[in-house]
Ligand binder design. Sequence first.
Ligand code: ZN
Length: 683
Amino acid sequence: MRSLWSPDDARAEVARHGAMGVGEDLALRTYSARLLGADPALVLHGGGNTSVKTEARDVFGDDVEVLCVKGSGWDLATIEPRGHPAVRLAPLLRLRSLESLSDEAMVNALRQNLLDTSSPNPSVETLLHAFIGAKFIDHTHAVAVLALANQPNAAALIGEIYGERVACVPYVMPGFDLAKLAARLYDERPGALGLVLLNHGIFSFGQSARESYERMISLVSAAEAFIEKRPKLVASKAADCAPAGRTAEALAALRGALSQAAGDRWPSRWVLDLRDHGPARLLAAHPRLTEWSARGVATPDHVIRTKRRPLVLAAPEADLEAWTDTARVALDAFMADYQAYFDAGAARSTQPKTPLDPLPRVAAIAGLGLIGIGKSAADAAVAADIAQSWAETLLAAERIGEFRPLGEADTFDMEYWSLEQAKIGKALDRPLARHVVVVTGGGGAIGAACAQAFAAEGAEVCVFDIDGEAARRTAEAIGPRALAVVCDVTDPVQVEAAFDAAVRRFGGLDIVVSNAGAAQRGMIAELTPETLRASFELNFFAHQAVAQAAVRIMRLQAMGGVLLFNVSKQAVNPGPDFGAYGAAKAGLLALVRQYALELGGEGIRANAVNPDRIRSGLLTSEMVVSRAKARNVTPRAYMSGNLLSREVTADDVAQAFVFAALLRSTTGAVIPVDGGNVAAMLR
Ligand code: ZN
């Protein structure tokens, strides 16, 4: 690991923040906190914290000594100066003279001394930053250091590697007691560059931001060099036996098993994030996977994201049903084990505890990899990132000796600590959160509007389109987690592959908007057979291929599902020259009803949306002008020639699809989105 400190960048940050009234100390603090945050080998997702002791002006115009320390909810990778709220230092230092201080009293004291009371809560490790005299303090959960700090003989190893350069702090839960202990050990070793906290992480200090940061890098590098001298672990070839092509099926089956295990009591829909490379793969392929997985988290901070251990599953077999049955048994055992862990922890606790859901947040599938489990793709990615880092720490620790992290009781205290639980947002789910949706033809006007509308309701979105560039544009407009897949829906092989990609990305599927289509024109009596067949390929058979591929996944999950089809009013109200299109769409309407009839028993709903006269690839502005001219009306009058006298938009169609996805007791229905047209009304 090397220092990323750049004097030019540091100066530029001082100038940039200075222009906004931020002092040099805090500007450099922000700069080097971001350097730490950028490296996942140091901290992940809100982990770690940093501080600087400086002066700030209060309301009387007096300069007071303050500790600017990371605020709860900020991530070092993206932190801003206001992410280090200023707390008056003198009252914090006075707290050190107390014998004991409850967590509530500590949080209250921190908030009372904020210069700006609208700031977030200062870090739970604020008092440690206050009590240690150094000007700049950096704290990380560096992988290499955790590999050392989670050894049975960690203190001896740390002494061997660092000598007098660091003081070694036995494990104590963050808060007042840890702050006092760490400060005492710091005072006893005035020349130390840092502290290693057993089972927890590392602190470095310095008189300048650069000194503290570069000491962190050099201490972590020493640990890395120590590990590098040890022989590497190799994965067993025998365990590396996940049958090719079974990955998506196994993920969908796992998602279903999670849903059935959750039942009505816990959230039953989860998004998965598979990591099947690097340390995750190596760990999953190792014959000691089960034994290692029971050990615990690399640092207690991670337990709220990953639980204490992952769910371990065997390699997927050719007989997927048999594998799913064993996965269910393993999941039941995991949940029973978690309940026992909770009961034991709650019995020890002096305060009443409410159990969290007993479902895993990480699964390890032998031979395949590690899977993050979350209420959204972003959440699942956090769990997966931490799981990968855990695997890296564990493998490095086993190279040195034995990975022996914090025990169950201490881990429980951290998992059920109110100050930790406060870090997890409790925001209410949007209506389609936890759902995965596929939109075909997602690069076009209606498809893109659908993808946006589903994302706005919280769904994870996969955009399929024959035009890869268009699919990417739609996905990018939604956000970094939306998936774009190039797919010609008239080719069943490509359709299967595209759904496979969707399941590999999000772990399953809940809703399909089968939207891709195109209108072939010409008088019916003059159509070539090729034209008619081409229309049926795209406007009928492709929908069948999409529905079949979707149902296959939905059946693996056994969680029901929603099939939605863009049918068009042509199916019931033909227009001249649109025979090829209308005939195929009439067939499609029959297909929708057949799916509703035959799949209803499995909780899979099938509904149609019948849009008409929407500006899109099917109806371009030039076409609008020419048709309006043919009818001797203005384009505006042509587009709003319906009962409501309003132009119907792609957004209106998208809203109908979202609405149809939410109608839990409706199947076999047709929703017209045409502004009102008596001739296109059904029945
Ligand atoms: Zn920490």
